[in-house]
Design a protein around this ligand. Structure first.
Ligand SMILES: [Fe+2]
Ligand SMILES: [Fe+2]
Length: 308
């Protein structure tokens, strides 16, 4: 059984106070460490076409026969397009999250710190999506639009207006990109522009995760077993579809590969499967501790390489 006792045991007044305290802390940190990517990033600095944007061993085709067929410059180019594609998926997700947060504020009292922090997070995500779009444009990647399937799923999420799922989805996507971007920050050989974007995002996302986690715990503890069962399935679908959205097949055609063949090679690539497992690890551990992944939903996570 997951240990949700601490969330259950809190008196509602104490739970409200803890929620306000957390929001107060997040607002204080936001006031000190918020970044304006429009002025803090040098968008006009030349981009070296031989630099990788993500570490080579994290590119979806790394180690495959197709990878060997590419020149080093093409491999670097593929890494840039893969990052641009992940970034486009990030914009899609941030827009859905902003919609969820605004609806959450609509149902909240804006004199609370909790309500005010939700709007602060929307402001962060506005800057992030603009920063991501500028990065994509700078790389020459042709689109910042989500796939049709993802676009439909996003609209469905907005229609269902499920705040608990919004927080769970935020935790999954934010932890996943956080893990990837931390690797980028650590690797000084990578493209400086990509690392600047990653640095700003990692700093601000830590707060978002700190806001969503206790909120999700509280909501989960109040949910009926029947709803929890449904939620586990929906969460697995959300995670699998979000990760599927990260690599658009056009990244392969852009470096001269057959997209269908390349996608299949990536899907069967143990290195790429390991990358996804590593990036999902923190979110999966959190959901597992809460009991949000069970024996019925685990196979879905496992098939997508999100669970070892
Ligand atoms: Fe963000
Ligand atoms: Fe975020």
């Amino acid at each position: 059984m997951p240990d949700t006792s601490s969330a259950v045991a809190l008196h509602p007044a104490d739970a409200g106070a803890a929620r306000e305290q957390n929001a107060e802390r997040l607002l204080r940190v936001s006031a000190r460490h918020s970044h304006d990517p429009l002025t803090e990033i040098d968008w006009d600095a030349p981009i070296d076409p031989d630099l990788f944007a993500i570490p080579a061993h994290r590119v979806s085709l790394y180690g495959t026969d197709l990878w060997q067929q590419l020149t080093t410059r093409q491999q670097a180019q593929l890494s840039v397009y893969e990052l641009a594609s992940v970034t486009a998926a990030g914009i899609w997700f941030e827009l859905v999250l902003m919609d969820g947060l605004v609806r959450h504020v609509y149902d909240s009292d804006l004199t609370t710190r909790h309500g005010q922090y939700a709007l602060t997070e929307v402001a962060d995500e506005c800057r992030h999506s603009t920063m991501f779009a500028k990065y994509i444009a700078r790389t020459g990647y042709p689109s910042a639009r989500p796939s049709r399937r993802a676009s439909r799923l996003g609209k469905l999420h907005m229609l269902l207006n499920d705040t608990t799922m919004t927080f769970a989805g935020a935790i999954f996507v934010e932890e996943y990109t956080d893990a990837m971007q931390r690797e980028m920050i650590r690797d000084e050989s990578l493209q400086p522009l990509a690392r600047s974007v990653a640095r700003i995002h990692v700093i601000e996302e830590a707060r978002h995760i700190g806001y969503a986690k206790p909120e999700l715990e509280r909501r989960w503890a109040r949910m009926s077993p029947a709803r929890q069962a449904l939620f586990r399935q929906a969460l697995a679908v959300l995670a699998v579809q979000s990760v599927r959205e990260t690599i658009h097949p056009r990244v392969y055609s852009l470096v001269g590969l057959d997209p269908r063949q390349a996608r299949e090679a990536a899907a069967n690539n143990p290195q790429w499967q390991a990358a996804k497992t590593d990036w999902a690890r923190k979110a999966v551990a959190f959901f597992g501790d809460l009991g949000m992944i069970d024996s019925r939903s685990a196979p879905m996570w496992r098939r997508a390489s999100l669970l070892p």
